[in-house]
Ligand binder design. Structure first.
Ligand code: EPU
Length: 337
């Protein structure tokens, strides 16, 4: 099914629930339909943008172009080995339904990524991650179409240049390719990753560690900290956790004995931005229609009826105040449009 809608409200297509319109909203179920639209049906002077569940985007005004939304579905086993299974999944599949399907089939690799909003087709773009796992750990290939040439182009895991909440699709190839299928390699031998602080703690409530219990534990933690987008508009972490050289925090550690950080390679440290924002006094504060979540300071919220610009203004105030207090820049994770 291929459909172009005009002057279409994006309110249901962004988890912040911002009420903006796109000039055109395009949905397609096959790569051929997409290719046909890109080649023959679009006005070439209008901008294009691909969205999945709209869980990492903040619209600040109406979009004068085409928003593309994939309905390419299907989960296909393309190869099976003694201890592994390779799945080719349509970009339009809901991420958490896919995780649930894997857990039910006893394939491990994505259970820590339970309950992350969004679709399969957008998960590689920002390399979604949670509780010690990033989706790059299980992606083998990403199938795309190049917008300008209509060439079907395959990206291997290495070619995606994955980094922390980052990939080539956010940088050099931003807006140049549309993702149609993602192939994952999951494990039939269960390799659990449960080292992440509060996950281990939560799992103590269960009599055994298995895929289903890990999924449930992650769901419990997320439910306790993160607002549900259907109830309160938000896009999960609004900022990335900054990564800086250890020298940057050496003095800060003297002033704040509990200064949290995670050691990375090459003397770098990752600092939880939520802690910086909380220390700067923002956690749980509300300003009219917008606010900072009371249980996780990294999450900005739309209490209803906020504009994207109001959220951006709050984000900039927070960035400024964290910079003044700690001398550290925090970068937005959410894609501003
Ligand atoms: N913290 C605070 N105050 C807060 C929030 C956090 O002090 O309000 C400190 C605490 O020290 C806590 C630490 O930050 O121990 C880590 O907090 P949490 O485990 O909630 O993780 P996070 O670093 O804030 C990241 C991801 C989340 C992901 C969790 C769990 C980023 C930008 N965010 O958050 O991802 O769910 O880890 O792995 O990396 C998302 O990307 O949308 C997202 C929710």
């Amino acid at each position: 099914m291929f459909e172009i809608k005009e002057n279409f409200s994006l309110k249901k297509y962004n988890t912040f629930g911002i009420d903006v319109e796109t000039k055109y909203f395009v949905e397609y179920s096959t790569v051929n339909e997409l290719s046909n639209f890109l080649g023959a049906q679009r006005k070439h002077d209008l901008p294009l943008m691909f969205i999945g569940g709209g869980s990492n985007v903040l619209f600040t005004k109406d979009f004068e172009g085409y928003i593309l939304h994939s309905k390419i579905n299907g989960v296909e086993i393309i190869k099976e080995e003694d201890d592994k299974v390779y799945l080719r999944v349509g970009a339009g599949e809901d991420w958490d339904e896919f995780v649930d399907y894997c857990v039910k089939n006893a394939w491990s690799g994505v259970e820590n990524l339970s309950l992350i909003p969004g679709n399969v087709g957008t998960c590689p773009i920002q390399n979604i991650g949670a509780y010690g796992v990033e989706v790059k750990d299980v992606i083998t290939e990403v199938e795309t179409i190049e917008i300008d040439t209509l060439k079907k182009t395959l990206f291997t895991n290495v070619e995606c240049q994955f980094g922390y909440r980052d990939s080539i699709f956010k940088r050099k190839f931003k807006g140049k390719y549309i993702i149609n299928y993602v192939t994952f390699c999951l494990s039939k031998k269960h390799i659990f990753k449960i080292d992440y602080g509060n996950l281990q703690e939560e799992l103590k409530k269960y009599d055994q560690v298995n895929l289903q219990n890990i999924r449930q534990a992650v769901i419990n933690i997320r439910d306790s900290k993160l607002p549900k987008p259907e109830v309160i508009g938000n896009a999960g972490s609004f900022f990335k956790n900054p990564v800086v050289h250890f020298n940057v925090i050496a003095d800060l550690k003297k002033s704040y004995t509990d200064f949290p950080f995670y050691l990375q390679k090459n003397d770098l440290v990752k600092i939880p931005a939520g802690w910086l924002i909380e220390q700067a006094g923002w956690k749980g504060r509300n300003f009219g229609k917008v606010g900072v979540h009371e249980k996780q300071a990294l999450v900005l919220i739309n209490h209803g009826g906020a504009s994207g610009q109001e959220i951006v203004n709050l984000a900039q105030e927070i960035q400024k105040s964290v910079k003044e207090k700690f001398g550290i820049d925090i970068e937005m994770e959410v894609n501003l449009v």
